[in-house]
Design a protein around this ligand. Sequence first.
Ligand code: NDP
Length: 234
Amino acid sequence: MGRSVLVTGGNRGIGLAIARAFAEQGDSVAVTHRGSGAPDGLFGVTCDVTDTEAVDRAFTEVEEHQGPVEVLVSNAGITRDGLLMRMKEADFTDVVDANLTAAFRVAKRAAPKMVRARAGRMVFVSSVVGLLGSAGQVNYAASKSGLVGLARSLARELGGRGITANVVAPGFVETDMTASLPEKRQQEIIGQVPLGRYASAEEVAGVVAFLAGEHAGYITGAVVPVDGGLGMGH
Ligand code: NDP
């Protein structure tokens, strides 16, 4: 389709699968990384999404390379799990900074050019945990549910300019993030998923590509689960 796409955290995991899905359909795809470089066929920009100036520089580089960002995927994210009473305040604020404030930073940087073009797609990668809650993840769950309010507010602010803002809420996906969970916990999780397995990163990527594609032109402010049924009803 030849659009200019930017995926934060697109150097590995779900972000990489998303970047590849766009590249396969002919878009120009840039990914942020923090020093690892970009995988083959993708344009890499160094960027820590917790740094507003770094975000600005990354966008400028992307704009020079492939034109203004037409599709923004805010995917970069971290966990720093722990029970509330043992969680340090920095573990809360760092996770919110990387997962939620970063989404604000990239959306704010992308919006003016999308408004000028009177077109644009923003997709925010949240989590089923943002809707269900999760013991040991007050920081992560708060950041991920915050993305819903952020996206829905953007949908209202920017809808009149032809810009959509949607959220994808994956369940458990096979990536480094879930590989680090203890085996027993992994089996417990799978036991609660109606489809009885983790998602592949490609299954999440396909939904992100759909929301950014021509068939999703009338979808905005939606929270689309890709969770094997884990969060049904939320
Ligand atoms: P990974 O841990 O495999 O990858 C995380 C990505 O985010 C990496 O590219 C990482 O970059 C990047 N990143 C983290 N912090 C920053 C930062 N400060 N600045 C720039 N980039 C950063 O995670 P996943 O692929 O599993 O997760 C991707 C998204 O999907 C996250 O938002 C996560 O919360 C969400 N998600 C994941 C689920 C899962 O089961 N895996 C389930 C539901 C949601 P680097 O390589 O430099 O570290």
